[in-house]
Ligand binder design. Structure first.
Ligand code: ADP
Ligand code: ZN
Ligand code: ZN
Length: 693
């Protein structure tokens, strides 16, 4: 389509015979890129609904459902690309090279691209080694649509474990339900939720229908994929942010034409068209990465429910720590609750210990008591995991002589001091600069870090336990493609005994030899201002705790805190998530906060704070008198961090007891913004059901 003299790619949603718009104002279509519609009725319906619900520009919503290459005008067709092929189906790699064996096993099921192999834990070095031995080769190939229906489904029937009573109940309840039915599978970590997924998937796949499994952003590891691949001898596709544009398009096409049976993907996979979708599973449904935080701010869980409803298929939300919205939906009967309260076999549930940090001489955030416990576990040949949600060496750099602090010029935030490589790094705007040699204020050389980051913990532990392998897992040392997989592999094969990480390490991984898990600093979450902070902390705590004692070895969870008597911590350590959630939900109800009310947030930002304030103040003033009593308008207030990347940020919160009233208020506000001159001087956005205020 031509806009001025720029050709843009557009979607044609309908083509009426006549239009109210003058012919001179209508843009001509220059070329038709696809002969057949690229999105089917079902997806169009979903996107139309999403546009209405999120009150977002349709262009952005519809384009969100398309791979980048299609947005750029590429045809919706497979194109030849390099794939690895097995040269000799009976090929055996040297028995020591387990990874090479795995690669051959995978390729025995069909050719795969380097990217597909990488996400399954096979590095390019392994592939090169196999190519050198002339066991595999890379060949250009156009992937063809395939029909897997009626083929052998299971890899090995006798690999299926005998279900526990709870698992068997969950499976039979789900299998006996027809059509749309949402289930909340609440199962403690290690209780075998994935086994439930696998068994219900079997029936659906048997019927020739596809399955979509949504996982959190960093939950998609080779381990995850391997579990599905070990069960089903069917084509599995992944969809995640680490793929290149061509890989994404190919995966998208194979969902759409039905050639793939199982799709494992992150948030945006939900918007992919499917030929025959029969079941949606959302693992770790409480995870905030399912909410898109920019542009079209949709929640994949909520849209997944809608999609399941529209297609009249079952949907399973699984978590050890369901979000409060889902718990409430289960309580009101909107979801059917299924519980797994026990771990199968001999796996035991971890013991929780609160260590008081008051008056204790800490060494890089480690109390002597914790150091002793770490030594004991390591001495027994076990692994230990230390958890701190702050990467870098120290969260601030300070002058010991005059008190100067290294602050980011563009944010209301301190720079984080990193030592590997050495730099000051703002975690909010990503700005980086060299470490000043002396204090820019007083010239002193005594610049010191204050507070604790993962690099510092790593350094301290290297000094304390030089005889053990230490690995740190955070965003800094997993940036390189495939490096997270490599680190995780090193943990599994015993190369490392001490694991240090941010929440990246807490999610979904299964490490059988970890017997002690320590959260170094739990105090921050207890005093945060967001009303969801305690819910999030509780989820993280249970996730972290779930890393201990997953196999037959008993585990211990240690929490270092200055507030060991704090009700929240006591509740979590002694009674568990469900108990905590129950009382926390009552507090939410008393305060009329979500899930007992609904929110929408107008965010605005500009380099000039006054322009942002003026815009939101005017909006609030015009809106207030027109709102019914059921809708509250709060603000404008500054965002939690008022200035970020040079932008001043303010927000206006709308809260209502029902969705309809909230949507009406939002529409009214949008109409007002249309007429507001001050709106043109700021960047604003609307976030329906915000998860972060
Ligand atoms: P979750 O997803 O709830 O954290 P998993 O599905 O990862 O739990 O199961 C934890 C471990 O228990 C896995 O190693 C899994 O293979 C094993 N497992 C699951 N169900 C059974 C069962 N019925 N019998 C024996 N082992 C099981
Ligand atoms: Zn100074
Ligand atoms: Zn910054």
């Amino acid at each position: 389509m031509l806009f001025g003299n720029r050709a843009l790619t557009a979607l044609v949603l309908s083509h009426p015979e006549a239009s109210d718009i003058a012919l001179t104002k209508l843009k001509p279509i220059v070329a038709v890129l696809d002969d057949t519609p690229i999105l089917a009725e079902a997806e169009l319906k979903l996107l139309a609904w999403a546009t209405q619900y999120y009150l977002h520009a349709p262009g952005e919503v519809y384009f969100q459902a398309l791979p980048t290459l299609l947005r750029k005008g590429e045809a919706a067709a497979y194109r030849s690309a390099p794939y690895w092929h097995l040269l000799d189906a009976q090929a055996e790699a040297s028995p020591q090279a387990i990874k090479q064996q795995q690669a051959l096993t995978l390729l025995r099921q069909g050719p795969l691209s380097s990217g597909e192999l990488q996400i399954r834990g096979i590095s390019s070095a392994i592939l090169q080694a196999l190519a050198k031995k002339q066991l595999i080769e890379k060949r250009e190939q156009v992937p063809a649509a395939s029909d897997w229906r009626g083929t052998r489904l299971l890899v090995a029937e006798n690999d299926k474990p005998r279900l526990t009573t709870e698992q068997a109940l969950a499976v039979s309840v789900i299998q006996s339900t027809q059509g749309f039915s949402p289930f909340l599978l609440e199962g403690i970590t290690g209780s075998g939720k994935t086994e439930v997924y696998l068994q219900i998937m079997e029936t659906v796949l048997q019927a020739g229908l596809q399955v979509l499994v949504l996982v959190p952003e960093i939950g998609l590891t080779p381990q995850t994929i391997a579990r599905f691949q070990q069960r089903f001898s069917l084509p599995i596709s992944t969809l995640h942010s680490g793929m290149n544009e061509r890989e994404r398009l190919d995966a998208w096409l194979s969902c759409r034409d039905g050639s793939t049976a199982i799709v494992i993907g992150t948030r945006s996979a939900l918007l992919t068209p499917f030929a025959r979708l029969g079941l949606i599973i959302i693992d770790e449904e409480h995870d905030t990465s399912f909410k898109q935080q920019e542009g079209f701010r949709y929640h994949a869980r909520d849209l997944a429910l809608l999609r399941a409803h529209q297609l009249d298929i079952p949907i399973v939300l699984g978590s050890a720590t369901p979000c409060f919205e889902s718990l409430q939906n289960a309580a009101t009967g909107k979801y059917q609750l299924l519980t797994l309260s026990q771990r199968p076999g001999t796996a035991t549930v971890a013991e929780h210990v609160l260590l008081d940090s008051k008056h204790v001489q800490m060494q890089a955030g480690l109390s002597p008591q914790l150091i002793e416990l770490l030594g004991q576990e390591l001495g027994k040949g076990n692994q230990v995991m230390l958890f701190l949600n702050r990467r870098g060496y120290a969260p601030a750099l300070l002058c010991h002589s005059c008190g100067w602090l290294a602050d980011c010029e563009r944010c209301d935030a301190h720079y984080t001091w990193h030592r590997h490589p050495s730099r000051l790094h703002c975690h909010h705007c990503d700005h980086q600069r060299a470490l000043p040699p002396v204090c820019p204020h007083c010239g002193s050389q005594q610049l010191i870090g204050t507070g604790l980051g993962t690099e510092q913990v790593e350094q301290a532990l290297t000094g304390l336990f030089p005889q053990y392998g230490i690995i740190r897992i955070d965003r800094d040392n997993t940036r390189r493609k495939g490096s997270l997989a490599q680190h995780l592999e090193g943990i599994r094969n015993g190369q490392y005994q001490i694991l240090i990480g941010t929440q990246m390490l807490a999610k979904g991984h299964h490490f059988p030899d970890v017997t002690l898990v320590a959260m170094l600093d739990a105090d921050g979450a207890l005093f945060a201002s967001d009303f969801r902070a305690t819910e999030r902390f509780a989820q993280l705590y249970i996730q972290v705790a779930g890393r201990a004692g997953r196999a037959s070895k008993p585990g211990r969870v240690i929490l270092q805190t200055h507030q060991p008597e704090h009700a929240l911590l006591q509740d979590l350590a002694n009674q568990g998530y469900r108990h905590f959630a129950h009382s926390a939900l009552q507090e939410r109800q008393a305060a009329a906060l979500p899930p007992f009310s609904f929110q929408a947030l107008f965010r605005a930002q500009a380099t000039d704070a006054r322009q942002v304030q003026t815009f939101l103040q005017q909006l609030a003033q015009q809106l207030q008198p027109q709102l019914p009593a059921t809708v509250l308008c709060l603000g404008p207030l500054s965002a939690q961090m008022e200035r970020k990347a040079g932008q001043y940020r303010y927000q206006l919160l709308l809260q209502a007891s029902n969705r309809r009233a909230l949507a009406a208020a939002c529409r009214l506000a949008l109409a007002l913004i249309d007429t507001q001159v001050s709106a043109r001087k700021v960047r604003w956005s609307l976030d329906i059901d915000p998860v972060e205020l």
